[in-house]
Write a protein that binds this ligand. Structure first.
Ligand SMILES: Nc1nc2c(ncn2[C@@H]2O[C@H](COP(=O)(O)OP(=O)(O)OP(=O)(O)O)[C@@H](O)[C@H]2O)c(=O)[nH]1
Length: 350
């Protein structure tokens, strides 16, 4: 048994586009000297979130402390990807003070918590808390995280699948596992919208779960870290729709993901118009990526969550960096990659 104290780890879960990366970015920037290590998992195989979290220029969170796991959903690859990564991280000197794990928006948090009961991890680390991030604006509009009309069109086209049930179950699992819930995007909400968002999550919460509101991910790290829940010892009190199911039955088959490569010369307005049209016509939950705009030295970050779209230039393209324009698209199973790529004015990347 190690005489050293266990390293606390915080699992940040939440549906696609809820605001996990934004919350973690603020946390890194305000970590107050704590040495943080991040494990970032994405459903698609292009690491957008990891890239956004790297290069934040904070000494206590250098790039090598941001580890990307982009081979699919972390909850399905626990033994192959997550455990070896954790073991390597726990062997590092100096040890991190705290580990933050951002799951993909489609991940179930519980299998990840269970990994902390593995002997190689249990003696060295503990789950300090599970934080579920929920999209307050989407909840206020009466959608968990998706566009109900697009889903209805999809269901009409494919009656064998119940995508809404999959999304709802995932949402409920993420909330039922949480020690703390962050209701994001409150800057977009009035008091009535905020009340609707709270009402939508209330039935899913365990009695002790704290709910915090946030705009722009601004939550004091002292609130997020140090919950001390030792979640791996309390797993039985966190019900899941997927208890007793195998990895194949987690329901990720209900989702599709691909990358669209855009040609040079598209303007931010072109891209915005095209994404808006594609989201209106196809069951797309999430679009995100980096775009090279002609004659602009800066990289354009494109973020779509359901019908809501944001763009900003984040940093100059590096000297030796290929200026590629690539968007990750995540949607319901059966999403027509070719048709979406055409609607976006590009082609699917190999
Ligand atoms: N207006 C507003 N936008 C927000 C807020 N938090 C996040 N966003 C935006 O929502 C979009 C998604 O935010 P992310 O932080 O990338 O969400 P995520 O949960 O990490 O997304 P995935 O990893 O793809 O599941 C981005 O365009 C953010 O700028 C907020 O508090 N207010």
């Amino acid at each position: 048994m190690s005489t050293r104290s266990k390293i606390p780890a915080t699992i940040v879960t939440g549906f696609l586009g809820a605001g996990k990366t934004t919350l973690i970015r603020h946390l890194i920037e305000n970590a107050g000297g704590r040495r943080l290590a991040l494990i970032v998992n994405e459903f698609g195989d292009v690491g957008i979130d990891g890239d956004l979290l790297k290069g934040c220029g904070i000494d206590t969170c250098p790039d090598e402390n941001v580890i990307e796991l982009a081979n699919g959903c972390i909850c399905c690859t626990v033994a192959d990807d997550f455990l070896p990564t954790m073991e390597a991280l726990l062997a590092r000197e100096p040890r991190p003070d705290h580990i933050i794990i951002e799951t993909s928006g489609l991940a179930l948090p519980k299998p990840l918590v269970q990994a902390f009961a593995w002997p190689s991890v249990k003696t060295l680390a503990t789950v300090d808390g599970v934080i579920a991030v929920v999209d307050g604006a989407a909840l206020a509009e009466g959608r968990v995280a998706n566009d109900p009309e697009a889903l209805d069109r999809q269901r009409a086209a494919d009656t064998s699948l119940d995508h809404e049930a999959e999304v709802d179950e995932l949402f409920e699992d993420q909330l039922a596992c949480a020690d703390m819930v962050i209701v994001t995007k409150t800057d977009l909400l009035d008091a009535a919208g905020l009340a609707r968002a709270h009402a939508a999550i209330a039935p899913e919460l365990r009695p002790a779960t704290r709910v915090i509101e946030a705009a722009g991910g601004k939550v004091d790290p002292a609130v997020l870290l140090g919950i001390g829940a030792a979640v791996e010892d309390d797993i039985a009190s966190r019900p899941s729709h997927h208890d007793g199911t195998s990895e194949e039955e987690h329901g990720h088959d209900a989702f599709a993901s691909f990358v669209v490569e855009l040609p040079d010369g598209m303007s931010p307005d072109d891209i915005s118009r095209r994404i808006t049209a594609a989201v209106a016509d196809h069951p797309i939950y999430r679009v995100k990526g980096f775009v090279s705009v002609t004659n602009k030295p800066m990289r354009l970050v494109v973020q779509g969550v359901g019908p809501r779209l944001q763009q900003h230039f984040d940093r100059p393209w590096g000297a030796g960096e290929a200026r590629r324009s690539r968007l990750v698209v995540i949607g319901a199973q059966g999403l027509d990659a070719g048709a979406v790529a055409t609607a976006l004015g590009g082609r699917t990347a190999a």
